[in-house]
Design a binder for this molecule. Structure first.
Ligand code: AMP
Ligand code: MG
Length: 330
């Protein structure tokens, strides 16, 4: 009974994409704002709608390893091993683009770089959409630049409204934060893989498969383009502080996102966050969207542990926090 309207909607969405229009769709990480990745004009509309600077490359979503391999100059064995283990899933692989024969990813997708970020999303609607469209989809998160990423269709509707031609509703995103971005661009030249952005797949999971990876900024990584990782990104409109040991601002109406530490003062609203990193990540953006809709003067977040399994959550919180530049995180 439910199958027909579902596939009819996917078909309709795929037609829009082939016509150069924009479709917002669910993935396991966050909602994406998709366009045909081979259509430079359609991709231009993504930047317009997001008001995103042209220096920030887009991730290209594929439905198979074969589709990914057809877009790059060389699909190395290490990429194959990673893709076979973690795809479909929240791991983006950055590789040199293929430029000699179609399909060629236009320069606008990768912000003029010679590389492209590729991933196969673990979401039935996203995969069905790519297959129905028959082309790879360029899709950043479906929000205006610097605003919070959407993890429900309603977030997309409120953030982008009529600027998007269609929103496919797949319910809340199960991972809830963006993909891990791993560059393999220097691999054939002897450079190690470089973790450009922590995310849905933990560094330890990658390292247990391929050995140590460098971080952007490590001397071992060498100079490495990590564009689009603006310090203020993923931010709520409300001022967000990272609280150490429950210590809160002493003025104003606030919301405290508690993890382990009780707040230092009474008369504030407390929201208890999930204990596990995966549960926390899945809940985070929805809680911040709700907090933004309330009339708080500030949000204080109980700092999560500084252990490896919290790396991605810590990264997003640091980028969301007002004190980001002073915290000196990278
Ligand atoms: P978003 O889709 O909004 O989560 O952002 C995509 C992010 O992926 C960008 O901000 C970059 O950090 C990263 N990325 C995508 N393509 C490349 C690339 N070719 N080289 C390096 N980083 C990339
Ligand atoms: Mg984004």
């Amino acid at each position: 009974m439910r199958q027909e309207p579902y596939s009819a909607q996917i078909e309709h969405a795929a037609r829009l994409l082939r016509d150069g229009r924009l479709v917002a769709f669910p993935t396991e990480t966050v909602y994406g704002l998709g366009a045909n990745a081979l259509d430079a004009e359609a991709v231009g509309r993504i930047y317009q709608v997001k008001r995103r600077p042209g220096t920030s490359p887009l991730i290209v979503h594929v439905a198979s390893i074969e589709m990914a391999a057809s877009l790059v100059a060389n699909w190395p064995e290490i990429a194959d091993r990673l893709a076979r283990r973690f795809w479909p899933g929240p791991l983006t692989l950055v590789l040199e683009k293929q430029l000699n024969k179609p399909p060629v990813i236009p320069g606008i997708v990768s912000a003029g770089l010679s590389t492209v970020g590729l991933r196969m999303p673990a979401h039935p609607i996203a995969l069905a959409l790519i297959l129905a469209a028959g082309v790879p989809l360029a899709a950043p998160s479906a929000n205006r630049f610097t605003e919070l990423s959407p993890t429900t269709a309603d977030h997309v509707r409120r953030g982008l409204g009529s600027d998007v031609d269609l929103i496919l509703d797949g319910g809340p995103c199960p991972v809830g934060i963006e993909s891990t971005v791993l560059s393999l661009a220097g691999w054939s030249g002897g450079s190690p893989p470089v973790l450009l952005r922590p995310g849905g797949i933990a560094r330890s999971q990658i390292e247990s498969l391929i050995g140590p990876v460098a971080s952007a900024g490590d001397p071992a990584a060498g100079p490495h383009p990590a564009p689009g990782l603006h310090p203020r990104h993923y931010s709520p409109r409300t001022t967000l502080y990272l609280a150490t040991n429950g210590k809160l601002p002493d003025r104003g109406r606030g919301l405290y996102l508690q993890h382990r530490h009780a707040p230092s003062r009474a008369n504030i609203t407390i929201h208890q966050m999930p204990q596990s990193p995966a549960g926390y990540a899945a809940a985070l953006y929805e809680v911040l969207h709700q907090a933004d809709a309330g009339s708080y003067n500030w949000i204080a977040v109980d700092r999560p542990p500084s252990t490896p399994e919290w790396e991605a959550v810590r990264d997003r919180l640091q980028r969301a926090a007002t004190e980001y530049s002073r915290a000196g995180a990278s």
